[in-house]
Unconditional design. Structure first.
Length: 343
């Protein structure tokens, strides 16, 4: 450590110019875009009591740092995700507000451990939550969420987007907690699934129903006639059809075997990628928020930056320190970056 004073913990990094400015501008533009859809911004605290946060986001205990509060008894958790915090706000501070409630957020999170897919531990999230979805309107809510998400990404210039529609509730039910089947789903290993009996054959059918949505949904329809599968087929056709119409440049895939990161999702969900870019741009879907139904998405700004062109530093104009301040103010208001020469 003495020889490396700039050494940082694993998963953390400095964000330097011009990238820090580029992220701030992209975040502001995303939040401005979602505001146009009626989403009001909230700003939850960085720390919350363990009992409070885990009541709304149980996985926060597993992902977050725990700290002792020097001013009161009780353990604090440093937030690892903002969704649970927004749900808490909706169900406590805004519980009497009309539903559905549309909220947005943006800010830093910190996780105790990285993962193979996301080694970064500190990063900026941006997202929205639609809380209190009326019964029977779940598909319409998901269309809105996905539409807002793709519109926001398009506004900041992210192109070549792939939207993977996922069905974690079907995959979870098919696996039934069997670790071999969960592994088969994770690895997309149909042969492994088929060796584990009748349940494995259903898992194998889900694994096989992958690809461009219009063909893959037909394969999903052939996977069974149970009510959940029939409902999922109809939902995929409705949502994918709407997205194909509204965002024709996006590639739409169906991946019914995807389970990773969808621990609390209860219906049709999605993951976003940009071609040639490492990592997910974000993810979203339907989930229960206490006794309410909700839908939302989260974007990962570090991945989004990798999908954008490298920002060019804005030229700086150096002027004498005794230059006319009114003229300098006018030029700055017009967009120039004016630097006083202190020499």
């Amino acid at each position: 450590m003495g020889d490396s004073p700039s050494l940082l913990p694993a998963g953390l990094e400095d964000q330097l110019p011009p990238w820090a400015e580029a992220e701030a501008e992209a975040l502001n533009l995303i939040l401005k875009t979602v505001r146009g859809f009626g989403y009001d911004r909230v700003k939850p605290p960085l720390l919350e009591y363990e009992d409070t946060l885990t009541a709304f986001a149980p996985d926060a205990l597993r992902k977050g740092f725990k700290l002792a509060d020097p001013q009161a008894e009780g353990l604090l958790i440093l937030r690892s995700d903002k969704t649970g915090q927004v749900v808490r706000i909706a169900q406590t501070r805004l519980k009497d507000q009309p539903r559905p409630l549309r909220l947005s957020y943006g800010g830093q999170v910190l996780r105790a451990k990285g993962s193979q897919l996301r080694p970064e531990r500190q990063f900026t999230q941006a997202g929205i939550e639609l809380i209190g979805v009326p019964v029977g309107a779940e598909t319409r809510a998901l269309i809105e969420i996905a539409d807002v998400c793709l519109t926001a990404l398009g506004t900041i210039g992210v192109t070549d987007i792939t939207l993977d529609l996922t069905l974690p509730h079907l995959a979870r039910e098919a696996a039934g907690g069997d670790m071999a089947l969960i592994r088969a789903l994770s690895e997309r290993n149909a042969a492994l699934a088929e060796n584990t009996g009748a349940a494995g054959k259903q898992v194998a059918r889900l694994i096989a129903a992958f690809g461009p949505w219009d063909a893959a949904v037909d394969a999903l329809a052939a996977a069974g006639t149970s009510a959940p599968i029939l409902a999922a087929v109809e939902d995929v056709r409705t949502v994918a059809g709407a997205m194909a119409s509204r965002h024709p440049r996006a590639e739409l895939l169906l991946d019914p075997a995807e389970l990773r990161g969808f621990d609390y999702h209860s219906g049709l969900s999605f993951v976003l990628y940009a071609k040639g870019i490492r990592g997910e741009l974000g993810r979203g879907g339907l989930y229960p928020a206490g006794e309410e139904q909700a839908a939302g998405f989260t974007l990962y700004m570090d991945t989004i930056l990798r999908a954008l062109p490298e920002p060019a530093p804005q030229p700086k104009v150096k002027v004498p320190v005794d230059a006319d301040p009114l003229e300098i103010a006018r030029r700055r208001a017009a967009g120039e970056v004016i630097v006083a020469d202190l020499n």
